[in-house]
Design a protein. Sequence first.
Lengths: 270, 124
Amino acid sequence: MSIENRLIQEIEQLQENFNLTTERMLKEIRRDQRIMGRSDKRQRKEYDELQQRLTQVEALQKEIEETQKEVVFTMGAIGETRSKETGKHVNRVAEYSKLLALYYGLSEEEAETLKQASPMHDIGKVAIPDAILNKPAKLNDEERAIMNTHAELGYGMLRYSLRPLLECAAIVAYEHHEKYDGSGYPRGLKGEEIHIYGRITAVADVFDALGSKRCYKVPWEDEAIFAYFKEQRGLHFDPRLVDILFDHIDEFKAIRERLADTPSLTLPTA
Amino acid sequence: MNPITIEATQYTPAIRLDPSGAWLIAGKSYPENTFEFYKPVMHWIEVYLAQTDSADITLDMEIVYFNSSSSKLFYDLFDLLDAKRSTHKITIRWLYDPQNESALEAGEDFIADFEFLNIQLTEK
């Protein structure tokens, strides 16, 4: 074979190999494109589906949370119908409680839970007879003893729940009449034996009660309220919480004003 | 040959390869390095196919989620099997949850691309 012919043969062989290789490469590239295209399509679909489900789950979660809030609020409202205290009282106590909780150092989430649980602190009063609950005079010892059972009664109503909100409410109901020096009820707990929720609610509840009109008392002047808190610092109340109250008194007063009781409706005089 | 058993993880499927020909890949497949993860699996299959003159192989694939490189790897795996379809009796059962539409579609794509492989769509 001549050199030229050998050369031609070799080049033809190379050409064939080249064609085979490029064909394989093209096939490979086309397949990869197809795989990627399908993968992209599949993943888009899967991601869409995930997002859709996430939206559903989020909606459900919101529904659950709203339901829980409503139930708690309704329970608070039930409690209110049993006493002459206004709805604004529980709202104010809730707001004071959250503020105290935040300054005390609890997380925003926990402070919010306490705020939402707070309206149930007197839920046990639904089981207290009207004659005692609404007596327009000081209770005698026997009546006082019955009245005081509302803390334990409230705890009894709420204690079986494992929901954080109701667990918090159970603690608040049980311990909001405990006093820092151990002279409170129902268990006579002392100092930090009293859960922070109980200590906070005690301050918030008394701060509001003293400044409000009740069936058995006229509202106290601010000076008298402040004097009482100074006197009871470390006795009735956690001293740290009393300090917080005084350090931020303007914020507490702002809540009191914003959620002030509206005067009862009177007909305009001619 | 010894069988291979790999436990499932959050990102990788459970894998069982047995010389009897009963094979299984089940779970999710989105490893960090797909080809690295499947290297021993592919190696085992290559050796098995080279060492056996004929065999009954049933590969159950129950993949609920897989990424693009896993998709590519499954093509490579099916290529290996496709090359032996004249000597080996190969059945691939693509198991899918009827709720999982994209798993079904992926199975249909494999059937379209490997027309000579016996791929069966099997609802769970």
